[in-house]
Ligand binder design. Structure first.
Ligand SMILES: [Zn+2]
Length: 107
């Protein structure tokens, strides 16, 4: 895991507990310095999901086979798209975790 600045340093984000979260390297790199994303369903620009102020289960769920994250809201859908949370590398890894009984997590 890497530390991610929810509000990027390049956009005056502070290195403080409230502005940091853990993110896997791939998600962190796809997020880059973004704070917004486009909801692929409605085409609206929305803020990225904030793990400090929002509840994961209100914005995301796991697909039936447990390998894909599905956005439930515009924020969720936009975040899944921007961070490419269903990229082929992580889908393969999640598939193995499902077989091992480690995934999806209880939320
Ligand atoms: Zn990730």
């Amino acid at each position: 895991m890497t530390y991610d600045h929810i509000q990027p340093v390049s956009k005056n984000g502070k290195t403080s507990f409230e502005n940091l979260c853990l993110a896997c390297r791939i998600c962190n790199e796809f997020k880059s310095d973004a704070t917004e994303a486009v909801d692929p369903l409605l085409g609206e620009t929305v803020p990225l999901f904030n793990p400090r102020t929002q509840k994961w289960s209100e914005h995301f769920t796991w697909g039936l086979d447990g390998t894909r994250v599905e956005g439930l809201t515009a924020v969720g859908r936009g975040t899944v798209a921007r961070l490419r949370m269903n990229n082929p590398v992580i889908i393969v890894a999640r598939g193995r975790w499902v077989i091992s009984g480690w995934h999806p997590p209880n939320i």
